[in-house]
Design a binder for this molecule. Structure first.
Ligand code: CA2
Length: 147
C-alpha cells in the first residue's frame, strides 16, 4: 500500500517557533515517526512539503494512482479551492490533519475547503495526529473490522 503525506506552507518551519501551538517536533521528526510506523504496517510512505499552492496541486496529481493521502494544507486549508479540486479530480482517499485545534482558534481557521472531500479530519493532537491519520487510513483501506 502506498500513502502520500503532503504538507503545505510554513510547515517546513515546525519546531523553530510557536511550540505552544505547533509542538517541538520538526517536520523531519514527524516524517521519521511516520516512517517507523509505516514500516511496521508495510506501507510505502512518501513525504513532501511545499510553500506553493501549484506545487501541492502538481504533487496530488502525480500521486493519482496511490492508495491514500494524508494532508496538512496549512493556511491553504482555509483559502484554496484548487487543492480540494485536485484531490477530488484524482479520486484519492484522503485524511486532513492539523497540529493545532483550528476550531479553538480564530474564526477564519474554522472553515476548511478540504472538509467536504476528505474521509475525515484529525485536529489538535500535534504530531500524534499524523500517526493517528496513518493508522486510520490504513485501517479503512484494508477494511480492518468494518468502519
Ligand atoms: O494546525 C495546523 O496544522 C495548521 O494547518 C497550521 C497552519 C495554519 O495556518 C492552519 O490554520 C492550521 C500554519 C502552519 C505554520 O507553521 C509554523 C511553523 C513554525 C512556526 C510558525 C508557524
Amino acid at each position: 500500500m502506498r500513502i502520500f503525506v503532503l504538507n503545505g506552507p510554513n510547515l517546513n518551519l515546525l519546531g523553530s517557533r510557536e511550540p505552544a501551538i505547533y509542538g517541538l517536533e520538526t517536520l523531519a521528526d514527524i516524517e521519521l515517526l511516520m516512517r517507523t510506523r509505516a514500516d511496521k504496517l508495510r506501507v510505502d510512505l512518501e513525504f513532501f512539503q511545499s510553500n506553493h499552492e501549484g506545487e501541492l496541486v502538481d504533487a496530488i496529481q502525480s500521486h493519482r494512482d496511490w492508495d491514500g493521502l494524508i494532508i496538512n494544507a496549512g493556511a491553504y486549508t482555509h483559502t484554496s479551492l484548487a487543492i480540494p479540486d485536485a484531490i477530488a479530480s484524482v479520486g484519492i482517499a484522503a485524511i486532513e490533519v492539523h497540529l493545532s485545534n483550528v476550531y479553538a482558534r480564530e474564526a477564519v481557521r474554522h472553515h476548511s475547503y478540504l472538509s467536504p472531500i476528505v474521509w475525515g479530519q484529525v485536529v489538535g493532537f500535534g504530531f500524534r495526529g499524523y500517526l493517528a491519520a496513518l493508522d486510520l487510513l490504513y485501517g479503512r483501506l484494508t477494511n480492518e473490522a468494518s468502519g
